[in-house]
Design a protein around this ligand. Structure first.
Ligand code: NAD
Length: 476
């Protein structure tokens, strides 16, 4: 059994109790982590506050070098971190279309380097005989980071690196379901960062540590990635000291396929952007609208790909899709599929949990589904694709937008100019043409409507970890 510690004020910290982390491929425990409590959070916040004055005044070049050094640690320890990510999330080491633990750790390395290289230059608004006005970007203080279970290490890195780069200190709490790789990263990072700059604590949900972070007077900003209901609760709790917030929340991304596509080629791409990581990615394609003229053949091709996918333990070579991360999520996915079936959906592939050990669910393609069915209106966050028929383009844009979420959306067509015009009509933070969910460390990413507040990545994301100070120097 592997064991991990919390990192608080530069120390490896245990709690009075440990709890088990489950490998969803077997349903069995593979690691023990500390069952932290609010007292550990208080200690972590105190350590982060104590470290802030020095860290925020550390020379920019030194902070930059230390962030690059963190990327080096990820690189050196990549095999171990990949194993941990696979064991705790179930995602394959390789995975469908190369989306797996290798991409998670590789992405974490790339994001860290790119973020280290970002700058926060002083902007000069006016410089004349009367006065000079400069706009400075200053760190906020202590950033509290709360992460979900689907991409635990990568999302932790997305939170930590811009926070540190801008001069903040951090207290991070991973999802209770997937704390192992993040705790390990905290242990590793402690070997290069000054004490208290990065603190990582683990806790079971019932301990209320997430809630305590959101209301903690010693935390200046919360960056949260997770579900929309939790995001709402955090926003309410954060009001006490007017915390700054970045909320990356749920998505129910629509893809719209125009009749001019190359059916075989597009089916493979659609399958990958829907089913990688078993659909457990915020910006996976989750509702597919297909033109009537190609509806049946495209559905059949997607179902063929779903039946051919290699589902199994992510540690085994060649596995494309692992289990669903937890049993509760699998039950929810199953409930949505049964609801669709009861309302007349045709199950073209899958449609059932795999019996035996682990939380497996067969990749499922549903035809003859309509808006108004739960599997279309709600975020399934699992290996299920509802395919919806349309015939009028204006009508389908309206239907795609008729959802409280607004994370991503895509248009699939050979006519790129027309597709771009349609994409701009989608109400979402990111829109893609002939692609879906593709992100990169220098392009902003975030949700509109109830998919979130603020963006991550690039200089737009970095600036969210700062406040503005305007400096006016009178010359006459
Ligand atoms: P979740 O909201 O259940 O939990 C996320 C985190 O919040 C966990 O660490 C949890 O312990 C903590 N938490 C729970 N209740 C809390 C509270 N009241 N106050 C403070 N913290 C609390 O989400 P999840 O099930 O782990 O993740 C799946 C969801 O995350 C999906 O909806 C998915 O779309 C979303 N997500 C969004 C993005 C994005 O960038 N927009 C990325 C990944 C995942």
């Amino acid at each position: 059994m592997e064991r991990f510690s919390m990192t608080i004020g530069g120390q490896a910290v245990a709690a009075s109790r440990a709890y088990a982390v489950i490998n969803p491929a077997s349903g069995e425990a593979f690691a023990q982590v500390p069952a932290g409590e609010v007292a550990h959070l208080d200690a972590a916040v105190a350590a982060a506050r104590a470290a802030f004055p020095t860290w925020s005044r550390t020379a920019d070049s030194e902070r930059q070098a230390l962030v690059h050094a963190l990327a080096g640690l990820l690189e050196t320890n990549m095999p171990e971190l990949m194993q941990l990510v696979t064991k705790e999330t179930g995602k394959p080491l390789g995975g469908l279309n190369g989306v797996g633990a290798g991409m998670e750790v590789g992405g974490a390395i790339a994001w860290t380097h790119v973020t280290a290289d970002l700058e926060l230059p002083v902007e000069v608004i006016q410089d004349n005989a009367e006065a000079r006005i400069e706009v400075h970007r200053k760190p906020l203080g202590v950033v509290g980071s709360i992460t979900p279970w689907n991409w635990p290490l990568m999302i932790a890195i997305w939170h930590i690196m811009p926070a540190l780069r801008a001069g903040n200190t951090v207290v991070l709490k991973p999802s209770e379901l997937t704390p192992a790789a993040t705790l390990r990263f905290g242990e590793l990072a402690n070997s290069v960062l000054p004490s208290g700059v990065l603190n990582v604590i683990s806790a079971e949900r019932e301990a209320g540590v997430g809630e305590a972070m959101a209301s903690h007077p010693g935390i200046d900003k919360i960056v949260f990635t997770g579900s929309t209901p939790t995001g709402r609760r955090i926003m309410a709790s954060a009001a006490g000291n007017l915390k700054r917030l970045t909320l990356e929340l749920g998505g129910n991304d629509a893809g719209i396929v125009l009749p001019d596509v190359d059916l075989k080629e597009v089916a493979g791409k659609l399958f990958a952007v829907t089913f990688h990581n078993n659909g457990q990615t915020c910006a996976c394609l989750k509702r597919l609208y297909v033109h009537d003229s190609i509806y049946e053949p495209l559905c059949q091709e997607l179902a063929r790909l779903a039946r051919a996918a290699v589902v199994g333990d992510g540690l085994h070579e060649g596995t494309q899709l692992g289990p669903v991360q937890n049993d509760q999520q699998r039950n929810y996915v199953s409930e949505l599929v049964e609801d669709a079936r009861a309302h007349g959906a045709r199950v073209l592939s899958g449609g059932r949990a795999r019996p035996g050990a682990g939380y497996f669910y067969a990749p499922t393609v549903l035809a003859d589904v309509t808006d108004g069915m739960r599997v279309v209106d709600e975020e399934q966050f699992g290996p299920v694709l509802p395919v919806i028929r349309y015939s009028d383009i204006d009508e389908v844009i309206r239907r795609a937008n008729d959802n409280p979420n607004g994370l991503g959306g895509s248009i699939w067509s050979q006519d790129l100019a027309k597709a771009a015009q349609l994409a701009l009509r989608l109400e979402c933070g990111s829109a893609w043409i002939n692609e879906h969910g593709a992100i990169q460390p220098d392009a902003p990413f975030g949700g509109v409507k109830q998919s979130g507040i603020g963006v991550e990545f690039g200089h737009y994301g970095l600036e969210e970890y700062t406040s503005i100070q305007t400096l006016k120097i009178m010359k006459s």
